[in-house]
Design a protein around this ligand. Sequence first.
Ligand SMILES: [Zn+2]
Ligand SMILES: [Zn+2]
Length: 200
Amino acid sequence: MNPEELAAVVQFHGHFCPGLAIGVRAAELARREIGPHAADEEVVAIVETDMCGVDAIQFMTGCTFGKGNLIHLDYGKNAFTFIRRSDGKALRLVMQPQFWGESSEEHRELTERIRSGEASPEDQARFQELFRQRGQAILDLPLEQLFEVQTVEPRIPAKARVRESIPCEACGEMVMETRIRLMGGRKLCIPCFEAGERRL
Ligand SMILES: [Zn+2]
Ligand SMILES: [Zn+2]
C-alpha cells in the first residue's frame, strides 16, 4: 500500500496500531473486490466490531457512519462485510485469529510491568516497538492469508432517509420522529423518556 495513504490513515486515527492495520487490509481487499472509495452510498460496510480498524475502513472505503453506509453490529468479531449495491455482490471478511500475534513471554512481562507502574522508559519503548512490529506484520501479509473471504447473501439495508423532526414535549429539543417515545400520550425524546421511566 502506498506510504502516503497509510500516513493519512494514521493521522486520521491518531496512531498506528495492529487494530488499525487490520482495518487497512480489510479496506484494501474491499476496494479490490467490491469497488473504489464510495463517494455516495454505492458500497455498504457492515462491521461486527467497533475497534480501531473501523477508522481505516471509513477513511479508505468511504463507508462512513455519517453517510449511513457503515453499519455497526455489536458482535465483538473482527469481521467486515462489504456490499456493492449495483449488483448485490457481498463479501464477508473474517480475520484469521493466528495473525493477531500471540503474546510472547517478553510481551507479557512488559505488559505486567506497565500495568503495575514499574516500567522503565526502555520498557515503554520496547513495548511500543513490539506493538508497531505486530501492526507491520499485518500490513506485510498476503490478503488471502489474513482473511477468510466468504461470499454472502447481500442483506442491503434501506437507504438513509431524511425524516421529519418534531419537538420533544419535555425538553423542547427537536428529535427525529422515528426516535420519539410515547409516555402517557406525550411525545418525548429518548433521554426524557428514560428520565421519566426512572421516576415511575
Ligand atoms: Zn488504534
Ligand atoms: Zn426531551
